[in-house]
Design a protein around this ligand. Structure first.
Ligand code: PMP
Ligand code: GLU
Length: 412
């Protein structure tokens, strides 16, 4: 008990309920920690953050510079310059075998993170539940909370690349469920949903009257030959309540330009536009010109093919080395994006969870990875191979030795 006259500790200034669940992005925080260690002169092998190591293709960068030189530096049209909306529509159409895509159904935002936020904020609110297959990218639950709705993590099936099926969704369904956020190719696992799987989920969503945000930001980075299957490959009657998210960051190595987009029903496009008319006034104007070139220029297309081939080579090397040098360590077979998700709860001495594993790893070897706990599953760890081959090989030498040492300690 406090004695009379004793002051209670100062209460932190209470902030709004809007931010009751807010936590800074763990993926960005770990990337920043790796940079801090490097700046302090420590050796760091950074396989944490999911950002292509390639430079923005020159024709796109030049288009951004030219836009500035041409004075295209004033407020942009709020929903995106018509040239970019048409370029994205044309690109989505080509990727889906020529299906018609109306540019008026495209809205451009400041990165697909804002696109997802805008869609979630317009679609869901208090008392709504939103299903999120887990492991899930860190920002989805946070964005759903910011909309004051409730995220419900639906664990994926280990036997099935940690993907979910209709029975998993159905098991978590009740009348409050109004939404689903599905990511394919998936961050953090690299798993890719087949078209048949997407169709089954789309049919379930229609039956249950559930809106789907399909995050297809990694669609171009797929290793099965051609882009990953998309909701846009499905017939119109399944797409009445579907938002397809895309963006320039990953496929075009344009993370810093901050260009994302949604394809959505017209009334949702209008609501998302109205929302951003009060928050950002649309995406950076010169960056929109750069992106318009990225989506249409044949030379950029060749660069994309080159980058995807490099990601594929790294994926092959990584999988080969894990199989040979870490037998028994379980991982999700990666078919897209640039992530590799492996299991640490079975590794001896690693019983303390993914965060402790990653902490020990960076301290002892300098290798930075992201704990699965950040994605809603503490048994796993995410490795990003969006990094040059020398760094990847050096990091793998250290990581595999670390895993090997743990195994050897158990045997002895
Ligand atoms: N979705 C997923 C699954 C991601 O990994 C990222 C990466 N940051 C984003 C969306 C957002 O990307 P951006 O805002 O750069 O378009
Ligand atoms: N999406 C990337 C990642 O998961 C970039 C960081 C972020 O925006 O969360 O690492």
């Amino acid at each position: 008990m406090r004695g009379a006259g004793e002051l209670s500790p100062p209460m932190p200034d209470p902030l709004s309920l809007n931010v009751a669940y807010l936590r800074a992005s763990e993926t960005l925080a770990i990337g920043a920690e790796a940079k801090r260690r490097r700046a302090a002169g420590q050796e760091v092998w950074d396989l944490a953050v999911g950002e292509p190591d390639f430079d923005t293709p020159a024709p796109a960068a030049q288009a951004g510079i030219q836009a500035i030189e041409r004075g295209l530096t004033r407020y942009p049209p709020n929903a995106g310059i018509p040239e970019l909306r048409a370029a994205i529509a044309g690109n989505l159409s080509r990727l889906s075998g020529g299906r018609p895509v109306d540019p008026d159904r495209i809205i451009v935002s400041s990165g697909s993170k804002q696109t997802i936020f805008n869609a979630a904020f317009c679609l869901w609110g208090p008392k709504d539940k939103v299903l999120i297959p887990a492991p899930a990218w860190v920002s989805y639950p946070q964005i759903v909370h910011l909309a004051r709705a409730e995220p419900v993590l639906v664990p994926g099936d280990i036997e099935w690349g940690l993907k979910v099926g209709v029975s998993d969704l159905e098991a978590n369904y009740d009348r409050l469920v109004r939404g689903l956020i599905l990511c394919s190719p998936c961050n953090p696992t690299g798993a890719v949903y087949t078209l048949a799987e997407l169709r089954a989920i789309a049919e379930w969503a229609v039956k249950r009257d559930v809106w789907v945000i399909a995050d297809e930001i990694y669609r171009r980075i797929a290793f099965g030959g051609g882009p990953a299957p998309s909701f846009l490959d499905l017939p119109d009657e399944l797409l009445g309540r579907v938002v397809v998210v895309s963006g320039a960051s990953k496929a075009y190595a344009m993370t810093g330009w901050r260009i994302g987009a949604a394809w959505a029903p017209p009334h949702l496009v209008s609501a998302m536009a109205a929302l951003q008319s009060h928050t950002t006034t649309g995406a950076n104007h010169p960056a929109q010109w750069a992106a318009a070139t990225a989506y249409t220029d044949e030379r950029v297309e060749q660069e994309v093919a080159r980058m995807v081939a490099a990601f594929r080579r790294r994926r092959d090397r990584l999988v080969e080395r894990f199989r040979a040098e870490a037998p028994g360590v379980e991982f999700v077979e990666p078919h897209g994006a640039f992530y590799f998700f492996f299991r640490v709860d079975g590794v001896p001495g690693m019983g303390e969870g993914s965060a402790a594993f990653c902490q020990r790893l960076i301290q002892e070897t300098g290798v930075a990875l992201v704990p699965g706990a950040a994605f809603g599953d503490d048994r796993w760890v995410r490795l990003s191979y969006a990094t040059d081959e020398r760094t990847l090989d050096g990091a793998l030498d250290r990581l595999l030795a670390h895993l090997g040492a743990a195994r050897a300690a158990r045997v002895s």
